[in-house]
Design a protein around this ligand. Structure first.
Ligand code: FRU
Length: 514
């Protein structure tokens, strides 16, 4: 996490934040961002009486992680968002005087109720707030924190973030919650608690504990602390039975590593894991996700797209942090999660551009009809064993800056790889241009359904249901609008459709304190 910032000029960073944010060419226009200042995790996600509520970790005073508030926005279509009054402000005294950290919203017999981590000094403890019927105004409990200390007798690395649900029915119904933590010398964990009233909590025990000595430095290292644990069930109505999913973000000594998930079975007081997987191949560019089941029965997930430029650049820009597009999470035939942006995004599709189907015979062609920095691209490709296909976006006319999405199939035909090359995404040596990659599942036909959403500095890629999220900052953003495709080996293009995407926000700076 970063620290408090002033601009190089010495001006306080809050001055003109929203105006500067609005002018920044790297600011996404159809992803949710805060009006200005800092945004991190999605919080309190809920679909309440037909309205989606997205709360988020917010610092309206500076683009820096400090004294975090809860911002709030609502939507009826998951695409257009209305800024609502800031929901939680750190107290002048009390357990959240240094920040209202991540948490969730639950329906307590009709009363919207937040459970979040109040921060005071280096300590985070669970707090509760009750909401007005419209979820706009929140009253913190006098008795906060509702849990006064982490479980006794354990040497822990941290204790924060909440997943709360109602379990059982009738007389036997109870509240349960998970709090993210880690046991020093062992690994990350999620502590399970139980309550009748969301205020008085009994500690049950660790639901599941990772082994931090395994796979250190690897892309699925589970870290020394689990941030933002999220437990949900998928496939409940299917004959085949259900799978439980435990999502967490692997953290270690202040470094945010990557989001992972266990599939398995939650029963009684334990979670019996089947497999551990990477949730998004972008690593920290899709961090601290939270999900909710909406009124249509869909599992909707948002994550936080961290920045890849310097603290100074963020301070200049007046804003930082992007919310991912909402994704639907389902269980794939292979027992892993499939992810796809919600279909509602189609509301923003404007000019439709197509290129003809057929064999892709060129190593690289710039497309003349498709260009832009707000694009939704959908293509289906077939890769022969050993073949590679490339989709280039945000390319300058001279090709000096370009971002390459690559899908390839192994020579023995067995599996594939999704790769993002950012090495030439920007000529600015201070921005992060590390490549990213992950496993691409392929059938015998080598079919790849590829979706690429470009929104200025935000990039979300979905290849056969596997996401890779990242940030890119070309130094000539107005010129970096080229799109192209190419192949090595035998690749057939079954379809290629692209749309210019409209902005989700009406023009002009948004108020920092709606
Ligand atoms: C994850 C996180 C949470 C914490 C919040 C603070 O990004 O560190 O663990 O509650 O952000 O803003």
């Amino acid at each position: 996490m970063t620290h408090d910032l002033t601009l190089p000029s010495g001006r306080p960073a809050a001055e003109g934040l929203a105006e500067r944010a609005h002018r920044d060419p790297h600011r996404p226009r159809f992803h949710f961002t805060s009006p200005g200042g800092w945004l991190n995790d999605p919080n309190g996600l809920t679909h309440w009486n037909g309205v989606y509520h997205l709360f988020y970790q917010y610092n309206p005073l500076a683009p820096a992680h400090h004294r975090i508030h809860w911002g709030h926005a609502t939507s009826t279509d998951l695409v257009h968002w209305t800024d609502e009054p800031v929901a939680l402000v750190p107290g002048t005294d009390g357990p959240d005087r240094d920040g209202c950290w991540s948490g969730v919203l639950v329906d307590d017999g009709g009363v919207p109720t937040l459970v979040y981590s109040g921060r005071h000094g280096d300590l985070e403890l669970p707090c509760v707030a009750r909401g007005s019927a419209d979820l706009r105004y929140w009253t913190k409990d006098q008795a906060n924190p509702v849990i006064t200390a982490p479980p006794e007798g354990l040497d822990i690395t941290a204790f924060r973030d909440h997943c709360v649900w109602r379990e059982g029915s009738g007389e036997d119904a109870v509240w349960r919650q998970l709090i993210g933590s880690g046991i020093r010398g062992v690994g990350g964990t999620a502590f399970l608690y139980e309550s009748d009233d969301l205020r008085d909590w009994r500690y049950v025990g660790p639901l599941l504990t990772g082994d931090a000595s395994q796979k250190q430095g690897e892309l699925d290292w589970t870290g020394t602390m689990w941030e933002c644990v999220d437990l949900f069930r998928l496939g409940e109505d299917e004959k085949a039975g259900s799978t439980d999913v435990l999502v967490f973000s692997a953290w270690d000594e202040g470094t945010t590593h990557h989001p992972l998930y266990w599939t398995g079975h939650y029963q009684g007081d334990t979670f019996t894991p089947t497999a551990l997987n990477r949730l998004d191949y972008g690593g920290r560019y899709f961090y601290a996700p939270q999900s909710t089941r909406d009124e249509h029965g869909r599992r909707i997930m948002f994550g936080w797209l961290q920045e890849g430029r310097t603290d100074e650049a963020n301070a200049q820009a007046g804003w930082c942090g992007v919310m991912s597009l909402p994704r639907i999470v389902t269980l794939g035939a292979d027992g892993r999660l499939d992810q796809a942006p919600v279909p509602e995004l189609g509301l923003l599709r404007r000019e439709h551009l197509r290129i003809p189907a057929g064999p892709l015979e060129t190593a690289y062609t710039r497309l003349h009809t498709v260009r832009g920095d707000q694009l939704d691209i959908e293509t289906t490709l077939h890769l022969a064993p050993g073949a590679t296909a490339r989709l280039v976006v945000r390319e300058t006319p001279d090709g000096a800056e370009r971002t390459v999405v690559e899908v390839s199939r192994a020579h023995d035909g067995s599996g594939g790889t999704l790769r993002l090359h950012r090495e030439s995404s920007s000529l600015d040596p201070t921005v992060d241009t590390e490549p990213r990659h992950g496993e691409l599942p392929l059938d015998d036909d080598g079919r790849v359904d590829l979706r690429v959403l470009v929104d200025h500095s935000a990039l979300e890629i979905f290849a056969n249901g596997r996401p890779l999220t990242a940030r890119i900052y070309p130094t000539r953003p107005d010129e970096a609008v080229g799109v192209g495709i190419g192949a090595d080996g035998d690749v057939t293009l079954e379809r290629f459709d692209a749309w210019q995407m409209a902005s989700a926000f009406t023009d002009g700076p948004r108020p920092l304190w709606p």
